[in-house]
Design a protein around this ligand. Sequence first.
Ligand code: SF4
Length: 227
Amino acid sequence: MNTFRALRILNEQVVNCGRCPRLVAWREEVARVKRSAFRAEDYWGKPITGFGDPKARVLIVGLAPAAHGGNRTGRVFTGDRSGDFLYAALHRAGFANQPTSVHKRDGLRLTDCYITACVRCAPPANKPAPEERDNCLPFVAAELRLLPNVRVIVCLGSFAWDGVLRVLDSMGFAHRPRPRFGHGAEATVGPYVLLGCYHPSQQNTFTGRLTEAMLDAVLSRARELMS
Ligand code: SF4
């Protein structure tokens, strides 16, 4: 089976998943009530899949979709400030054909880059429970198995760093001592190099904890390592 077809089948499983009752109830409630600015829109209200180039050498992993971002638009990091910051950087780094990510049919294409999240349903207060994380991480493992060219994994935030280490552990790539997360942290685990990067949340980007230059440096390092 080719990668495109295998990813499509996996993505169908993701979209139809209802393993976490709390998150199913929350994502659907948010989609029903909506934010007033988006009242006229139909929210997605389902799990979000990974997105990008099946031949990617760089995998970017986030935490979970935002209630009125990915949970509204149906695409990872699309329709919120975090996505604006991330995709602008991906465009500067040559991984994205455009700097904006507004909705699913906006023409965005990624080259050599695939984006996913540890948890696929928007969680209340952006905080999934440990069992919800554990329910969902096998989808990242499945993606890694279907993306044979991935060499570099950029982890956006400590939650993603920890989640990716758990995934790699489950795939037999244990690493002791366990590498610590930090912005710019680097760790080789099995065939992958993990890169740590602060999450492009508004909290980080508005306060200057994560600047454009800092994110550009991580993506530049990812490009160096992927070849
Ligand atoms: S968070 Fe993941 S495992 Fe839980 S219901 Fe959503 S898609 Fe399924």
